[in-house]
Design a protein around this ligand. Structure first.
Ligand code: TYM
Length: 519
């Protein structure tokens, strides 16, 4: 619908931008900010510069072609539109899948509040589709410990109201429900919070070994720590790193762990150390995984260097120099927002690539590349043809800012409302079914090229028929009979199966057709 409302950035946005002091672009897990120039204006994040600075590789059309050839599926819109724009060793993951059939996926979320924003859904939507296509196991880490330590550090050691350990565990549970509502398959997905899972067993053994490989200087170089940083935050990175090791999760592969009540299996499983891992995330998390990749081969059971596929940031409503931030409600659309709130936020705060006056806009056209409403559509609108048409008509001045915003509002209102409907069905029980350590079920590539040659199918990456092949365990096997895990592990697995079945009944976990595509 044509509206005659003003085009151009709302005045309050410009004021905020112009009060800033000149600084360089800064991207790390704790800061995402574009360069601020001498006039105080925030520039868009320069992703080409980041590719060079971080030493990551650009994702090229060849990767997309190879992905489509191997999987027989079209690349996700986020890959097609170069919103996932860079990688490390993505080729090696495709090699592993093609040759041996299987790998593990890993991603995560730092539960800083009880509701995720639209930007946080980006890596999860992408991860979900890759997991479905590759049919591989996925672990999702909720870093309640990181967010507790970070928040307390930010508050100079003071523990503010609503920011105790227990609050972050609760945020993690709420975020777990959000993530589940994006449509993950309980059979092949394990979600955990650090407070609940990482302090024991092989995971903790991996953490301690990784901590021994990181000096204070290296951690502070990577994350900007100094002598006033609390020691918890300084060492935290080791946990986020070893979460990428399949050997941190033996139970998921049908192998024994060193946890209560049995403490039976002291040694980490060598076979799991051979399984490669792929991490999808935005590029702010890359410094963790650079640190990890430098140390994978120094572990006593060396792991292959973890592969990464990295996205840009869904920008703040105020424009392309920052990312949506949970701590600034006006910068973000939250997954708990009402249709009205979405409408108001986009109309009031979304930076426009339109011209100052209607007349100028009609004459000179707008710039969709900096237009926030268009940018959001490029992440969430599935239809390539419609997206292209919107861009062209905007450039020609035929489409006004108000119209672009209206299209964005209706798309986001639908996405968020569908999400909220699924979210309402995620009970505590459903959540726990994802969080119970249990044998995962996955098939991987059914026709790996080295099946015959290896005479053991996927042996060379450590998994056989969706299970870990392990000399020590000797008996890992999908049916859960004699010799597979301890009595209590088998009991736990049964319980998880029951919970999973219930969860499946209650929730349509795998939305069909276009719904599945959009989520
Ligand atoms: P967190 O909670 O900051 O972010 C969760 C995931 O969302 C990505 N992200 C975004 N993507 C697109 N646009 C945005 N505006 C945006 N903001 C955040 C992040 O890159 C991340 O993928 N320490 C981590 C939690 C974590 C993790 C991981 C993340 C633990 N292990 C492995 C990725 C992969 C954190 O605080 O994420």
């Amino acid at each position: 619908m044509a509206t005659e409302q003003p085009v151009g950035a709302p005045p309050e946005v410009k004021e905020t931008i112009q009060t800033k002091k000149p600084t360089g672009q800064k991207i790390d897990p704790y800061n995402v900010a574009g360069e601020v120039d001498e006039t105080g204006a925030v520039k868009a994040i320069d992703y080409n510069h980041l590719i060079e600075e971080f030493g990551v590789q650009p994702l090229k059309p060849e990767h997309l072609e190879r992905f489509e050839r191997i999987t027989g599926k079209p690349a996700h819109r986020l890959m097609r539109r170069k919103l996932f724009f860079s990688h490390r060793d993505f080729d090696k993951i495709l090699d592993a899948y093609e040759k041996h059939g299987k790998f593990m996926m890993y991603t995560g979320r730092g539960p800083s509040s009880g509701s995720m924003h639209l930007g946080h859904t980006v890596p999860f939507l992408f991860t979900k589709e890759l997991q479905e296509i590759f049919d591989v196991p996925l672990v999702i880490m909720l870093t309640d410990d990181e967010k507790y330590l970070y928040t307390r550090n930010k508050n100079h050691g003071v523990q503010k109201r609503g920011a105790a350990v227990e609050d972050f565990i609760e945020f993690a549970h709420e975020n777990a429900k959000d993530i589940i509502a994006l449509g993950f398959d309980v059979k092949k997905t394990f979600i955990y919070t650090d407070f609940e899972y990482t302090g024991l067993g092989h995971f903790n053994q991996n953490i301690k070994e990784m901590e021994s490989l990181i000096t204070f200087n290296q951690a502070s170089g990577a994350f900007g720590f100094d002598a006033s940083t609390n020691v918890g935050l300084i060492s935290y990175g080791a946990a986020q790193c070893v979460a990428a090791f399949p050997s941190s999760y033996p139970t998921l592969f049908g192998l024994e762990d060193n946890r209560p009540p049995d403490y039976e299996h002291l040694h980490r499983h060598k076979s799991l150390a051979k399984i490669p891992t792929l991490i999808p995330c935005a590029i702010d998390q890359e410094p963790y995984f650079r640190m990890l990749r430098d140390r994978c081969e120094r572990m006593s059971d060396p792991h292959p260097k973890t592969s990464l596929i990295l996205s840009k940031f869904l920008t703040a409503l105020q424009g392309p120099g920052g990312k949506m931030s949970a701590s600034d409600p006006n910068s973000a659309i939250f997954m708990s927002d009402t249709p009205k709130q979405i409408q108001t936020k986009i109309n009031r705060h979304a930076f426009s690539g339109g011209r100052e006056s209607l007349e100028e806009h009609r004459k000179l056209g707008g710039d969709p590349d900096v237009d926030v409403a268009y940018t959001y559509l490029s992440y969430f609108l599935e239809d390539d043809a419609e997206l292209e048409d919107l861009a062209q008509r905007y450039r020609r001045g035929e489409l006004l800012t108000g119209e672009m915003k209206a299209r964005c509002i209706s798309e986001l209102q639908k996405f968020v409302a569908d999400f909220q409907e699924r979210r309402a069905k995620v009970t505590h029980e459903v959540m726990r079914s994802f969080m119970c350590p249990r044998l995962l079920e996955f098939g991987g590539n059914r026709n790996p090229s080295q099946k015959q040659a290896d005479a053991g199918g996927a042996k060379s990456n450590g998994i056989v028929n969706g299970k870990a092949e392990d000399e020590e365990a000797g008996a890992a096997d999908a049916t859960g009979k004699e010799g597979r895990g301890t009595k209590s592990e088998r009991k736990q697995a049964k319980m998880a199966e029951k919970l999973a079945a219930k969860a499946q009944e209650k929730l349509a976990l795998r939305p069909k057709g276009s719904e599945g595509r959009a989520s």
